[in-house]
Design a protein around this ligand. Sequence first.
Ligand code: C2E
Ligand code: MG
Ligand code: MG
Ligand code: MG
Length: 290
Amino acid sequence: NAKKNSFERFNYYRPYMEEETQHRLHMVRRLRADFAARKLEVWYQPQVDLSNGCIIGVESLLRWPQDDGSFISPAEFIPLAEYSGLIVDIGAWVIEEACQQIRRFDERGYGDIRIAVNVSVPQFRMRDFPELIEQQLKQHQVNPDRLELEITESIVMEDPDFVADILYRLKRQGIHVAIDDFGVGFSSLSYLQKLPLDRLKIDKTFVHHSDEESGRIIIETIVDMAHRLGLGVVAEGIEDEQQLNYFKQLNCAEAQGYYFARPMPADKLAKMLASEESDCVSLTRESQLN
Ligand code: C2E
Ligand code: MG
Ligand code: MG
Ligand code: MG
């Protein structure tokens, strides 16, 4: 009976699964070809200090442009890159781009702007990941404290002891580490005690529920916990003035979101930075930016 059931299930799912698999393989082939042809782009989204609106950093975000001018979302192609292992090479290239971008910031006098780079599980699993980064920083003469790695709770939960070891090796170089999408992963909080972290990024789904009592309770608990643990906290996905004022009033130090600026190509970022004359690049109104 069990056999019959599994046979039926197999027959039932098979055409669908095959289509899925074919589509996935096709997309992986396209991604590999476009990466080799240098068609992927790294865009940047500013992060601001909420006390003065100054840009304190940017997050690098991959973009996969299509021939028709559209983009495939990273939410769609990063999982493909992870599943195929391509993310290891793509991720190394993103870090290299970030190093070059930090050099350009230096040359233009923005010596305080940091770059945050998202890191995936397969990159972390690589042997010598910290050494790879160290070597890239050296090669581009970049101070390690200008680089921040964003890792998710899923990376931490993979193998907490292994991750702790890697993070301490990165930390010793002076690299910053942030937990991305904080609060939405299925993880225990105990890692906050064990890992050398600098910041928590409050996931945008919480930020988008800050107009509800329950949303505010979660946010305020996270901000309070971060403060008391001596961690920085970044609100991700700020889209309007109401959200901005709410996070300011909580003394949340930093924020990122469409309200300030959307992710943009490096040349647009350069223009935006150059158009500011004050001693810091200040983002207070979306109209300045879009
Ligand atoms: P993430 O690291 O959590 O990045 C933040 C995402 O929120 C970005 O989506 C950003 O465009 C979006 N965002 C920023 N402000 C707002 C806002 O005000 N409202 C809304 N609704 N969204 C906002 P994006 O660029 O589509 O990237 C999606 C995810 O793909 C990233 O989430 C990250 O997990 C992954 N990703 C992107 N680039 C890389 C990369 O180079 N390496 C790896 N491993 N993952 C990447
Ligand atoms: Mg991120
Ligand atoms: Mg993420
Ligand atoms: Mg995030």
